[in-house]
Design a protein around this ligand. Structure first.
Ligand code: G3P
Length: 219
């Protein structure tokens, strides 16, 4: 499963990119609004840092403006994936941009039918928002299971990108269901590394090594 960072924060991305675990980045207008600086420049730097797919979302809501903005975003860097909000306008714009060879990430997916329609117009990714479904007492992972099954049935090339991830269990569940990508906020990426037994184990190894060294020194 590919791991993307769900952030517009360049420092966070620069901290994790050298580890070799980050395959791409997703942003949205809310995430970009948290960052100081010009969004285009930030996106350019993110692309330079990760050298993988970087989703940049349009603000436009009508078809023609979405297509124009999508084309413009695609000129920032060859790694840019244009993120379009789901809806009739988004689907039509996805159809047009995909035909021009511009990859699209269809966002704000909350049902299997929405995912199916996005795949039919050639979206490179669909982004089901599982955390927001969990928030309203609906099992977000159930949606992932259904979308993975539907895409497998018809061999759609569209990748299932699990979004609105809130904790490491979401990552485990996404991987067990065979999702293509999981995009995580920095806090969740950090949490993926942690296990108290790893810390305790290392502490014990080092103590035992030091004890043995001290014992040798007294021989
Ligand atoms: O990738 C979409 C994601 O950023 C939405 O997450 O936590 O705002 O539901 P959240």
């Amino acid at each position: 499963m590919k791991l993307f960072m769900d952030t517009g924060n360049l420092r966070d991305i620069e901290a994790f990119a050298p580890l070799g675990i980050i395959d791409g980045v997703t942003t949205n207008p809310s995430l970009m609004a948290k960052e100081a600086g010009e969004p285009r420049e930030i996106l350019k730097e993110i692309c330079r840092t990760v050298k993988g797919p970087v989703s940049a979302e349009v603000i436009a809501t009508d078809v023609e403006a979405m297509i124009r903005e999508g084309r413009d975003l695609a000129t920032i860097d060859p790694h840019i994936v244009v993120k379009l909000p789901f809806g009739k306008a988004g689907v039509q714009a996805c159809h047009a941009l995909t035909a021009e060879g511009i990859p699209v990430n269809m966002t704000l997916i909350f049902s299997p039918t929405q995912a199916l329609l996005a795949a039919k117009v050639g979206a490179a990714y669909v982004s089901p928002f599982i955390g927001r479904l969990d928030d309203i007492a609906t099992d977000g992972m159930d949606l992932i299971e259904q979308v993975v099954e539907i895409f497998d049935n018809y061999e759609f090339g569209t990748e299932v990108l699990v979004a609105s991830v809130r904790h490491p269990i979401h990552v485990v569940q996404a991987a067990r269901l065979g999702a293509d990508v999981c995009t995580c906020p920095t806090t969740v990426i950090e949490a993926l590394f942690k296990h108290p037994l790893t810390d305790l184990g290392l502490e014990r190894f080092l103590k035992d090594y030091e004890k043995a060294q001290a014992a040798r020194a007294h021989l």
